[in-house]
Design a protein around this ligand. Structure first.
Ligand SMILES: [Zn+2]
Ligand SMILES: [Zn+2]
Length: 345
């Protein structure tokens, strides 16, 4: 089969690989129909993710059709159309029993990281019963590709951890796919204001179409000042960090209102300054999380009932044999205006 392989920092190729087979009775083999590229894949290609060794098939998102299942798999059968979750979970370990699938002792984020992933014609899914989701017959499959990772990630780590509430004020720092997915799902709770902050005017314009109430371009270094002014000197109840660099986290520290929450989503590769000399008396909360995907069943229903339209994040489509072009397009988003790219296997 064709598979997109990380060959070491800066090196990648579409290779011919043997089709994966069942190795444990709880496995399923899924024929990928559509997959996509995540910002995390770009981090891997730069060599920023030491757990991902050269030779790995990348990808932790996608929808497909079950090809075969191990003897212990009960909930899925060959021919079933499924969403592949970016998080694999056994459902039995202490973390899974707490609903913290991200820290499953034999799962978590392993797909396209420590085991071969979804940017291929076939993928082996361990713990299939608790790591796959059935696709309802009447639902847009492309929209559901956004449910493998970005929708639950932005919703759980940003919106839920940030306790977005009716009438509250929210700022989302970073208007990439994750920030925009947070913008879409924050609206479940009808906050009074959602301010989107980014360096890219095209993404800010798109944010307004996706339901932001205002936008701030942070290029001039005055974003904090502007947000404080827009909120009558208070700051925001929820500051969602959706980039993962020191400057954007510090911006959240600068704009969080007394009693507010900084909800981090970004994957940080560098240390960040925590300004406790300014924050110690402000009753704030800082949350961090790796997505648990516990909200995936609920999010499927919101897509099915058209309460949210994550397919609006899809800007480009490619065939699997053109995946290098897809990476090129996704990796130069400032030029191509790419958000999510769909890759058809
Ligand atoms: Zn991802
Ligand atoms: Zn587990």
């Amino acid at each position: 089969m064709k598979a997109f392989v990380y060959q070491g920092p800066g090196k990648m190729a579409l290779e011919d690989r043997p089709t994966p087979d069942i190795t444990a009775p709880t496995d399923a083999i899924v024929k990928i129909v559509k997959t996509t590229i995540c910002g995390t894949d770009l981090h891997i290609l730069k060599g920023d993710v030491p757990t991902c060794a050269p030779g790995r098939v990348l990808g932790h998102e996608g929808v497909g059709i079950v090809e075969k299942v191990g003897a212990a798999v009960a909930a899925f059968h060959p021919g079933d159309r499924v969403i592949v979750s970016c998080i694999s979970s056994c459902g039995k370990c202490d973390y899974c029993r707490k609903g913290m699938y991200s820290h499953c002792t034999t799962g978590g984020w392993i797909l396209g990281n420590t085991i071969d992933g979804t940017q291929a014609e076939y993928v082996r899914i361990p713990h299939a019963d608790t790591s796959l989701y059935h696709i309802p017959a009447d639902t847009d499959e492309e929209a559901l590709v956004m449910l493998s990772d970005i929708l639950p990630t932005s919703f759980e780590c940003g919106v839920l951890n940030g306790k977005v509430q009716p009438g509250s004020t929210v700022a989302i720092v970073g208007a990439g796919p994750i920030g925009l997915a947070a913008l879409l799902t924050a609206q479940f709770y009808s906050p009074a204001e959602i301010v989107m902050i980014d360096l890219d005017d095209n993404r800010l314009e798109m944010s307004m179409r996706f339901g932001a109430t205002s936008t701030v371009n942070s290029r001039d270094g005055k974003a904090a000042e502007k947000v404080i002014k827009m909120t009558g000197g208070r700051g925001v109840d929820t500051a969602i960090e959706a980039v993962g660099v020191p400057a954007t986290f510090v911006l959240c520290e600068d704009i969080v209102a007394p009693g507010g929450i900084i909800a981090n989503i970004g994957v940080h590769g560098q240390k960040v300054d925590l300004h406790l000399e300014r924050l110690w008396d402000r009753n704030i909360t800082i949350t961090t999380r790796l997505v648990d995907t516990v909200t995936t069943p609920m999010l499927i229903q919101t897509i099915r009932s058209h309460k949210v339209h994550p397919e609006r994040l899809i800007t480009h489509r490619f065939k699997l044999d053109k995946i290098l072009d897809a990476y090129q397009t996704f990796g130069s988003a400032a030029k191509t205006n790419a958000l999510k790219v769909i890759i058809e296997a």
